[in-house]
Design a protein around this ligand. Structure first.
Ligand code: FES
Length: 102
């Protein structure tokens, strides 16, 4: 596992999320209650960017058809999407957010 610098923690305020392109992957980084989480940014239903959706607590709602995903676990909670999001390990060091890639 390699931890790759994604962005400065200060770039995502509490309750906010941001898309980050990292080594060819489109990731969604979310800041929820003092923790940072990383999941795939592309919805598992169709090609929609979840960063354009709405983040409420640890749930992001897809802007296209409304499926909700948990940014901490990747779990999908609402159809039409049926497949969970991939999650990535995150660590914060020296004000920098790092995402673990294989
Ligand atoms: S593209 Fe996300 S629910 Fe359809």
């Amino acid at each position: 596992m390699r931890f790759v610098p994604a962005l400065a923690a200060a770039e995502i305020g509490p309750g906010r999320m941001k898309r980050v392109d990292l080594e060819g992957r489109r990731l969604l980084l979310a800041h929820v209650e003092g923790c940072f989480y990383a999941v795939d940014d592309t919805c598992t239903h169709e090609d929609a960017s979840l960063s354009r959706g709405v983040l409420r607590g640890e749930w992001v709602k897809c802007p296209l058809h409304g499926s909700r995903f948990n940014v901490r676990t990747g779990e999908v909670a609402e159809e039409p999407a049926e497949v969970n999001l991939r999650t990535y390990p995150v660590k914060v060091e020296g004000g920098q957010v790092y995402v673990g890639l294989e």
